[in-house]
Structure formats: structure tokens, C-alpha cells
Design a protein around this ligand. Structure first.
Ligand SMILES: [Zn+2]
Length: 102
């Protein structure tokens, strides 16, 4: 069960990564902005998407899925970003698996 969850997470990450990479490359090409500038825009986008998702789970008319945003969420997101920035990917197996099943 745990392996199945990890497999689904890996697959979701690979798909999201592929879409973001494609959009970043297109944005750099279209705007001539340097890599760090478009990466910063992507990071801001993730932050604003978090805010929107969190707001949809607060208040009277909130989503009923049960997730509750927490003050520590932002720290978790920052940690994920910092960790990923400093770790080189050791394998492209995850990407190959997604491409193979497309
Ligand atoms: Zn929800």
C-alpha cells in the first residue's frame, strides 16, 4: 500500500515537473527573461496557488474533503523547495515510467 502511494506520488511529481519545465522554457523563450526570473515567477505561482487552495478550505463554504491548512504548511513548502534545489536527481526512472504509460 505504501509503495502504491509512493508510486502515485512519484508519477504525479513527474507529470507536474514536466508541465512546469515546458512552461518555463516557453516563458524564457517568449520573454527573454533569465532562468532565475522565470523560476521566481513559478515559485510565486505555487505560493499563490497554495493561498487559493487554503482559502477554499477555510470558512463557512469550504471544501468538504477534510484537509485543513496549517501555519506550518508554508514552512513545509519552503523546505521542499530548498531540499530540491540542493539535491541532484539521481535517476530519470520516474519520468520514463510516466512517459511509458502515456
Ligand atoms: Zn478539499
Amino acid at each position: 500500500m505504501q509503495m502504491e502511494i509512493e508510486r502515485r506520488q512519484d508519477e504525479a511529481e513527474a507529470r507536474i515537473r514536466a508541465v512546469i519545465m515546458k512552461e518555463l522554457c516557453e516563458a524564457m523563450h517568449a520573454t527573454n527573461l533569465p532562468p532565475l526570473a522565470v523560476l521566481r515567477l513559478a515559485a510565486r505561482s505555487i505560493g499563490s496557488i497554495y493561498r487559493e487552495m487554503a482559502d477554499a478550505h477555510l470558512g463557512f463554504d469550504r471544501c468538504v474533503c477534510g484537509w485543513q491548512p496549517h501555519a506550518a504548511d508554508v514552512e513545509l513548502l519552503c523546505m521542499a523547495l530548498m531540499t530540491a534545489c540542493t539535491q541532484r536527481r539521481t535517476t530519470d526512472l520516474r519520468l520514463m515510467r510516466v512517459e511509458g504509460s502515456a
